[in-house]
Design a protein around this ligand. Sequence first.
Ligand SMILES: [Zn+2]
Length: 401
Amino acid sequence: MTVWDDLVGQERVSEQLAAAARDADAFVTAAASDVPPPEASRMTHAWLFTGPPGAGRNQAARAFAAALQCVSPDRALGGAPGCGFCDGCHTALVGTHADVSTVAAVGSQILVEAMRDTVRKSFTAPANGRWQVILVEDAERLNEKSANAVLKAVEEPAPRTVWLLCAPSVEDVLPTIRSRCRHLVLSTPSVEAVADMLVRREGIEPDVAAAVARATQGHVDRARRLATDPAARARRAAVLKLPLRVEDVGGALRAAQELVDAAAEDAKQLAEERDGKETEDLKAALGAAQGGRLPRGTAGAVKDLEEMQKRRRTRTQRDSLDVALADLTSFYRDVLALQLGSRIALANTDAEDALERLARSSTPESTLRRIEAIAACGEALDRNVAPLLAVEAMTMALRAG
Ligand SMILES: [Zn+2]
């Protein structure tokens, strides 16, 4: 198992990254032994990963970060960096490597304040002497100030600094930034590739894997979550019942409240799973005995972590709402396909009765209008409209008639 195994259906991108990681490794090895470095042509200091949501652009960037930090002794024997097991790979993958910094949006923007330390770090040498990796998730959310800070940093990079920017499309990033990046395009993995991954990696029954892959339409994370987490399956089932429930104003408002509550509950659950362990790990790293006192001067690091966890919780709640919106959109697309007599395979075969009922009782025009209302809800959430307000406006528009 290597760091590339989690990239589903992205063989071409994996090959390019593996080649770059090999050259990067040769560069570091040569520098350490005072030999003039080889021409590391497949390695460069700024990369842009684009692709549709769920294709795995963040995972691709993280896998590359891990390969750059790989310290497996097999590398000297001709093995490729990115073993997936060594300390470098492992800590980079789980997000605790000292020379891998991650920047992600808080709400709708990446603020320059949130980037300041990272940008400063990008001008310094890596602590372990390999690479200083800066991974920017949601680079499309850089605002004017933070984009300028990134631009300055990629214009004059430190010799061992690598910027990995992730965005849905190349148009989402300033031309001045993207012209300095090597561009990698991830495509939507096929339903078959996702189903295959679920069977191989997660041990899911083939027919369940196929249904889940079809329902999530090439979104790898959502497919994995749906296949392995009964709570996620229950939430999806509830979401798919919504179109038949929103018959009157009362039903629409209740449905909205339930959607928002479910997202909050989801965020709470995920936070409970991750936060405690993360805090314990950090305290252990800082030198505290289990449950014991922290050494002097380290309380700030714990506080920073707790603030990050709080921001992440808000973000997770939003992500969870996005999943519900995606499920609803997919549902109405199936309705439209039935109404238009299209022969494409339905995504939500497990809700076929509801699909058919709605297809019969409404028109293609009203279905299109509903799909637009869901998109409008996503845009309102992007503008930081209060979730309940945005979702209520949507469920009101989904009502029959
Ligand atoms: Zn490794």
